[in-house]
Design a protein around this ligand. Structure first.
Ligand SMILES: Nc1ncnc2c1ncn2[C@@H]1O[C@H](COP(=O)(O)OP(=O)(O)O)[C@@H](O)[C@H]1O
Ligand SMILES: CC(=O)N[C@@H](CCC(=O)OP(=O)(O)O)C(=O)O
Length: 298
């Protein structure tokens, strides 16, 4: 009997995924979703399909999302101009109001996409269940308004949702001890949540291939590094833009119990599946000692 080659290849892909499905079964994976992959509707659907698939094969995914570009769009619509200091949005009271509205709207749109695929999602902000407690954050001593620095993560609501088999989708809004509302950088929220949940994996979907040794040289993509390499790289002073705080955040998360971090290109369709279920992997992985060989095993 002759079998169609393409069918055989599909079977091979599924078999290749087997050790990864076993490896991550019932494990928590935090997916930080933001940037360009969020603006393109087709990519958005593909990201959500990937996360739903992760859930259905037995992982425990949690989505932490941003929406910076959408917030800026609405800030501009009201006649204001968005301002950032060291990558953080200067958040006065009207901006906070817009940010919260926009993030909640983005949140429910993601909930809907997950629901449409037959998995029940619950969208919450850091205010729900008193999850993300903050204090006011300053940037090099400068007052940047209602920007929050997370001081405590109460994981009860996330654990309750996971236990009842819901897929939690979290937007980065928190509260302080006076119950004032704060805008939190979504990378910070993802790292804090992954750390508090002792996540097996923290995946960042961003708008570059991964971390380059030299940002000008697109052949210098780093496919894997240890925490020590990452720390050296951060201290080296060559890293710029949003990648510097992102990588520093990742190192902190890994020093506090997250097993591996992945920074990948959210513009690549199904990047999460390619990263998690194939031997080659994509983007940049930061791995704990002993995990290296398992990871991009050929
Ligand atoms: N060595 C580097 N490798 C990768 N990205 C870098 C590097 N140096 C600076 N960057 C910048 O970091 C950005 C990614 O971080 P960020 O803007 O915070 O992403 P996101 O908005 O997805 O959270 C890239 O678009 C790039 O401009
Ligand atoms: C304090 C601060 O800067 N908050 C961010 C929150 C959203 C975010 O981080 O979105 P991305 O992940 O899409 O960039 C902001 O207002 O843009």
């Amino acid at each position: 009997m002759e079998l169609d080659q393409s069918i055989m290849q599909k079977a091979e892909v599924l078999i290749e995924a087997l050790p990864y499905i076993q490896r991550f079964n019932r494990k928590t994976i935090v997916v930080k979703y933001g940037g360009s992959a969020m603006v393109d509707e087709e990519l958005k659907k593909q990201v959500i399909q990937d996360v739903v698939l992760l859930k259905l094969v037995g992982f425990k995914p949690i989505i932490v999302h941003g929406g910076g570009k959408e917030i800026s769009r609405w800030v501009e619509k009201t006649g204001m101009e968005p301002h950032f200091v060291n990558g953080l949005r200067v958040t006065d009271e009207p901006t906070m109001e817009i940010a919260e509205m926009v993030l909640n709207r983005v949140n429910k749109s993601l909930v809907q996409l997950v629901n449409e695929l037959g998995v029940k999602a619950v969208g919450i902000s850091g205010k729900d269940g008193m999850m993300l407690k903050c204090r006011k954050r300053y940037s090099d001593g400068e007052d940047i308004g209602f920007v929050g620095d997370i001081t405590e993560v109460d994981t009860q609501i996330i654990n309750d949702l996971l236990e009842k088999d819901f897929l939690p989708i979290i937007c980065p809004v928190g509260f302080d001890e006076d119950f004032k509302t704060y805008n939190i950088n979504a990378d910070d929220a993802a790292c804090a949540i992954a750390t508090a949940m002792k996540a097996e994996k923290l995946a960042f979907l961003t708008d570059v291939e991964g971390v380059y040794r030299d940002f000008q040289d697109k052949d210098s993509l780093i496919s894997e590094m240890s925490i020590e390499d990452a720390q050296e790289f951060v201290s080296g002073g060559t890293l710029g833009g949003g990648m510097l705080p992102k990588l520093q955040n990742c190192i902190d998360a890994m020093n506090h119990g997250v097993s591996r971090v992945h920074i990948m290109d959210g513009r690549i369709p199904h990047c999460l599946l390619l990263e998690i279920f194939t031997n080659k992997g994509i983007g940049t992985a930061i791995v704990s000692p002993g995990e290296e060989r398992f990871y991009h095993a050929e």
